[in-house]
Design a protein around this ligand. Structure first.
Ligand code: XYH
Ligand code: MG
Length: 381
């Protein structure tokens, strides 16, 4: 089998998700947005699909890297894209991850198996945690500790068995505020009781002292883990913090460097629980390498983010991740609404708080190809 073409299809949809100047998501007015589907075309019929590709990168990088190659040589092709990142600096891990996931999707479609069973299945469902959007100034949204408490109560009623708060960040004028973060965490603990695992993922650029203050307050509230309170480029700051705290420090999430950086964090004692997602490390191929790295050091690895790629890896993990990060959530957004370009949600959650591994082939997306064609913003590509 050979790859004969790389195609992209950009299509429009309506959304009420907006992004602030720092890139954080929030509810907002409904507007048109676009999504892009990558298709890896082979000479024998099966194709591989993944969402979120940059069409220019697909044309300028993925085509020369992949066309003519055997699509089952995922390790060879991922190593090639990784090497190309050194000069092509816009070829980020998030970008190459889309190509890697499409190759895994292709393999699954060829063998009519979900990717996690090709990786080596371990479980068929995984507990979700509710991962909130960052705080805002919308009354009844996530504008106060009480808003967070009320939303936490809703999350528990919905079936979530754990909750992670993202708190207030710039561009909100008064944010970040360590004491407000702690007040929100205390209000949520008060609202849901002592038994629910709670986590905080706060402003990502606090000082060591600010992070230590928050961490110690989280310990008093019996929080489950503490995530990304400082710039993750300072490994020594995380080693210092992890040494000072009993609450598990989780990371790195956004620090570049794939499993290499995570190996250094382990050796430096910079995290108690490792972290990574397909968008952080460059796809399923390197995320599984990271899982095995964590396992070699007796550590858990909590997967960052939702979606088919992260979910498939969670299905193939013989170690914790305990949870699937479901979100980001907000009182004004119906996360359970099916995306128009899919026939069903990739991460539907049952009443017990579990997300079940999709049993369809590949990444498990039940793609609505008719919607994509009918709402394409290109013609004839
Ligand atoms: O919006 O800052 C943020 C969140 O931190 C986001 O980047 C991401 O979903 C995350 O950190 N999840 O754990
Ligand atoms: Mg995070």
């Amino acid at each position: 089998m050979k790859i004969v073409d790389i195609k992209t299809r950009t299509f429009k949809y309506k959304t009420n998700h907006v992004r602030d100047s720092e890139g954080h998501g929030h509810p907002g007015p409904e507007h048109d947005a676009t999504q892009t589907l990558l298709t890896i075309v082979t000479d024998e019929g099966p194709a591989g699909y993944a969402f979120g590709v940059n069409p220019a990168i697909a044309e300028q990088i993925f085509k020369p890297a992949l066309v003519g190659e055997d699509p089952f040589y995922r390790e060879k092709l991922w190593q090639r894209l990784k090497h190309w990142q050194r000069i092509h600096r816009n070829l980020t891990d998030n970008v190459i991850g889309v190509a890697d996931m499409a190759l895994w999707d292709l393999a699954g479609r060829c063998f009519d198996q979900p990717v996690y069973k090709l990786l080596g299945g371990y479980r068929d469902k995984v507990l979700a945690y509710a991962s909130t959007m960052c705080g805002d100034e919308e009354p009844g949204g996530l504008s106060s500790p009480d808003d967070y408490a009320r939303f936490a109560e809703w999350c528990i009623q919905r079936g979530y068995k754990a909750i992670k708060l993202h708190t207030w960040m710039p561009p909100i004028a008064w944010a970040p505020d360590p004491k407000m973060d702690v007040k929100a965490c205390a209000a949520v603990r008060e609202a849901v009781g002592d038994d629910i695992p709670l986590m905080l993922d706060c402003y990502h650029y606090y000082s060591r002292e600010q992070a230590l203050y928050i961490g110690r307050e989280l310990e008093k509230l019996n929080y489950y883990w503490f995530e990304e309170p400082m710039d993750e480029h300072s490994t020594s700051s995380y080693a210092w913090l992890a040494e000072q705290l009993d609450i598990p420090v989780v990371g790195p999430e956004t620090a570049e460097g794939k499993m290499y950086t995570r190996a250094e964090w382990i050796l430096r004692g910079a995290a108690d629980i490792l972290r990574g997602g397909v968008g952080d490390v460059g796809g399923i191929t390197p995320l599984m390498k990271t899982v095995h790295l964590a396992e070699s050091f007796g550590m858990a690895m909590e997967v960052h983010g939702g979606g088919g790629g992260n979910l498939q890896v969670l299905g193939a993990m013989g170690i914790p991740g305990e949870f699937y990060e479901r979100g980001l959530l907000h009182p004004f957004i119906d996360y359970d609404e099916v995306e128009p370009w899919l026939h069903s949600k990739i991460d539907a959650m049952d009443d017990e708080g579990y997300v079940h591994l999709p049993q369809g082939p590949g990444l498990g997306y039940d793609i609505n190809f008719d919607y994509i064609e009918e709402n394409s913003v290109e013609t004839g590509k």
